[in-house]
Write a protein that binds this ligand. Structure first.
Ligand code: MEZ
Length: 536
């Protein structure tokens, strides 16, 4: 397929400026310019895209329209619908979600003596973790330290992060890398055996560790294998999403109702502690953006936790990854890892000119691309009418030696190679894509939430990243807080005195919706995105 003629013409301009650009990079933006570009171009600042939620513990908080509609949805159940005395599974710790956070939690809960059930909406490991490419941050080299990592995270998050959560993240990072390696995770190494590390946007040291460009898949493979080697202590249920949390008459969370989506059967799972690890919400396609996310990323855990009174934070900030594929159409929105820029590729407009430093933080980088295409009209327009900018990937082999692209980015090379584009020789076209939910449930460093016996870990949570996450801190977050939540939930489970199970909170939720005048609410959790053609 390769590129049509008009795109080739623009590509020639990128080639023409390359030798000069190899020796010069756009300067980083001063702080004032960063703030103004965000306010003008970042989707989070588009007032029409957000609204306040009208009910619940965080009433009045702003969030994307699509999410607010879902959070204000009605349950698939009411309290009288199921016999809550008929218990299908009884366990110490129920984990809802089997991506990296859920799997890490399962392992640590087991290690701390708990019997565990892990409920997956689809298959174990069908999650955003599997799709994460570029790397995982950890300050484990001589020129770096958790303190430097801390400052980078806080700066990247616009100084809004929860300091205790950040401290936990960066302190645990080196030991989490050792843990993963000990479990068999094959990270990239130099010939001498030290871990290969590169920069990411907003990092002051090279601390991005990777497994080529399928780091998340490698971590998920390792964690899944490990979980599956303890079948007597960790029961894995697949195709069984949670559709409601269960409370007891003492006001504690006491498990969940699962829906077996193959048989339509409802399962009552009683648990002393419950961990939500359901990930993010990219499949809600805020403001019609395409997404890098897994099909299951539909905010289910947020919906369930909110109904039992958990508080939310930072849901008015989403991450638009600067470089989603913009051509060919078949892969629009799929991730082009930040590692491509980390290895030196620069962004260029239709004239082959650089317009932004390649390693600004993601929110700034994405805003600069949107401005280049929308306001300055210097994007490259594809045959489907979408504008994008060039990511000059051939720079990688020039800077690091022939064959580097193939070695460091095999998944990317294949993704574009299928369409006749050799990214080691030709630049690729990119545009921002919805990637990550910066906010979510409020959390303590041990993974506990405001609601008794309810824990959370991973993308569902809020505060670690403030208003903007740096590359590689999500794979770190899922392992650090998955482990913490698993251990804390197992410890707590030893003390829990359960009560009588109930779904009365669901009736109370419906009453609150009515009182707030929320008309025609949709049913939630959504479970899977609805891609059917809409009737006009
Ligand atoms: O942390 C991420 O989101 C990540 C590593 C993504 C990427 O660009 O590869």
């Amino acid at each position: 397929m390769s590129y049509p003629t008009h795109m080739r013409e623009s590509m020639l301009r990128v080639e023409a400026t390359r030798s000069t650009r190899l020796h010069e990079s756009c300067p980083m933006m001063p702080p004032g310019d960063k703030q103004s570009i965000l306010e003008e171009f970042h989707p989070d600042y588009r007032a029409e895209g957000m609204r306040e939620i009208r009910v619940g513990a965080s009433k009045g908080q702003r969030m994307p329209l699509e999410l607010a509609d879902l959070m204000e949805g009605t349950s698939h159940l009411t309290s009288g619908l199921l016999d809550m005395e008929q218990i299908d599974h009884d366990t110490d710790v129920l984990i809802i979600g089997g991506g990296g956070a859920g799997s890490s939690a399962a392992l640590l809960a087991r290690e701390n003596g708990a019997k565990v059930i892990m409920a997956n909406k689809l298959r174990h490991g069908d999650a955003n973790t599997m799709m994460a490419q570029g790397g995982i941050q950890a300050a484990d080299k001589g020129d770096d330290s958790p303190a430097r990592h801390y400052l980078d995270v806080i700066g990247g998050g616009h100084f809004c992060n929860d300091p205790d959560l950040v401290a936990a993240l960066v302190r645990d990072a080196p030991s989490v890398m050792q843990w993963l390696e000990g479990l068999g995770c094959m990270f990239d190494k130099e010939p001498g055996g030290t871990m290969t590390t590169i920069h990411g946007g907003g990092t002051s040291r090279k601390r991005m560790h990777s497994a080529r460009d399928y780091t998340g898949a490698e971590i998920m493979r390792t964690l899944r294998d490990e979980v599956r080697s303890y079948p007597d202590e960790i029961t894995v249920l697949e195709f069984s999403p949670a559709i409601e949390l269960i409370m007891d008459d003492k006001g504690q969370v006491a498990g969940a109702i699962l829906l077996n989506i193959e048989t339509g059967e409802h399962l009552v799972v009683r648990a002393k502690c419950t961990i939500l690890a359901t990930g993010g919400s990219g499949r809600l396609h805020y403001q019609d953006y395409p997404t890098t996310n897994h099909y299951g990323a539909t905010a289910d855990g947020l919906v369930l936790a909110y109904r039992v009174g958990a508080r939310l934070a930072f849901l008015d900030t989403m991450q638009y990854h600067p470089t989603g594929a913009a051509y060919p159409e078949q892969i629009v929105g799929l991730l082009v890892t930040e590692k491509v820029r980390g290895l030196g590729a620069q962004l260029c407009n239709v004239y082959g000119l650089q317009f932004v430093h390649p390693r600004e933080t993601r929110d700034v980088e994405a805003s600069a691309i949107i401005r280049e295409c929308k306001e300055r009209v210097k994007g490259v327009v594809t045959p489907s009418g979408m504008a994008g900018v060039w990511l000059d990937s051939p720079m990688i082999d020039i800077l690091h030696g022939s064959g580097t692209t193939e070695k460091a980015l095999p998944a990317m090379v294949r993704q574009f190679g299928r369409f006749g584009i050799d990214m080691a020789k030709e630049p690729i076209l990119v545009y921002p894509t919805l990637h990550y939910q910066n906010g979510g449930l409020r959390l303590r460093p041990d993974g506990s939430t405001d609601v008794p016996n309810l824990f959370a870990a991973g993308e569902i949570s809020a505060g670690v990243h403030g208003r903007n996450r740096l590359m590689g801190n999500s794979l770190l977050e899922i392992t650090v807080f998955g482990r913490r939540a698993g251990a804390a939930a197992a410890r707590r489970a030893q003390e829990v005195e359960g009560g009588k199970l109930t779904l009365k909170h669901v009736d109370e939720w419906h009453r609150q919706l009515q009182e707030a005048g929320v008309n025609n609410p949709i049913k939630s959790p959504l479970l899977l995105p609805d891609y059917r053609r809409k009737v006009r």
